[in-house]
Design a protein around this ligand. Structure first.
Ligand code: PCA
Length: 214
């Protein structure tokens, strides 16, 4: 099974993006079926690179990973929305901000994750790793990359599970310990491994909805 795991470079106040470290750790294992890619937090680069990667690798599984500072646990994103919206204060790596634009003019309003949510949550629970199903990936670059991957898979006819994992801050990135939750790299990496294993072992009907069989 071919897997693409796509993370992001640094952005905002954070010199390091844990998603980049996670992707590098995975790549260092040298599994030829697991392709790690780190993209800059740039609308233009993400919009171009994601469909290119989908076309080049035609993976069975696409997992985006990004930092969600302030979140208390790992989060599988339920949905990618066709909305790009972020203010100048959060301008991307090219200085670009957008106000209420579609990610893709001709795309649907949203794509639901095709990751096996229940299996992932169950695996985290069993391993004692805090995690939950998130109902929004926001409207910044993580949502955009997730939407773009789902759209590219649909456009190219790639039969691929597509999903997104948001991770908390690393302890060393916390500047306000009374307010900012964090999670160690070891726990984040273990949680990511379980997402990949559960997704690779999932049966055809396993997806977002509970009790669905197909
Ligand atoms: N987090 C941002 C973009 C890149 C990243 O790691 C987000 O949640 O949209």
């Amino acid at each position: 099974m071919r897997v693409v795991v796509q993370g992001f470079g640094p952005f905002g106040d954070f010199a390091v993006n844990p998603s980049e470290l996670l992707v590098r750790l995975l790549s260092e294992r040298g599994d030829p079926d697991v392709i790690g890619e780190v993209l800059p937090v740039s609308k233009q680069r993400v919009a171009t690179a994601v469909p290119e990667l989908m076309k080049t690798h035609r993976p069975d599984l696409w997992l985006g990973v990004g930092l969600a500072a302030g979140r208390p646990a790992l989060a599988i994103e339920a949905v990618a929305v066709n909305l790009a919206h972020w203010p100048q204060e959060r301008a991307d790596a090219d200085g670009v901000s957008v106000a209420r634009q579609p990610v893709t003019v001709h795309g649907p309003a949203a794509y639901l994750t095709t990751l096996p949510a229940e299996q992932i949550l169950g695996a985290w629970r069993k391993a004692g790793i805090p995690g939950y199903l998130s109902q929004t990936a926001g409207s910044y670059l993580c949502n955009l990359s997730f939407y773009a991957a789902a759209q590219a898979a649909a456009d190219l006819g790639v039969e691929c599970r597509v999903g997104f994992l948001h991770v908390p801050l690393l302890p060393e990135l916390v500047t306000e310990p009374d307010r900012q939750p964090s999670m160690s790299m070891a726990l984040q990496a273990a949680g990511l491994d379980l997402v990949l294993a559960a997704s690779q072992n999932a049966s055809q009907g396993d997806g977002l909805y509970l009790g669905r069989t197909a």
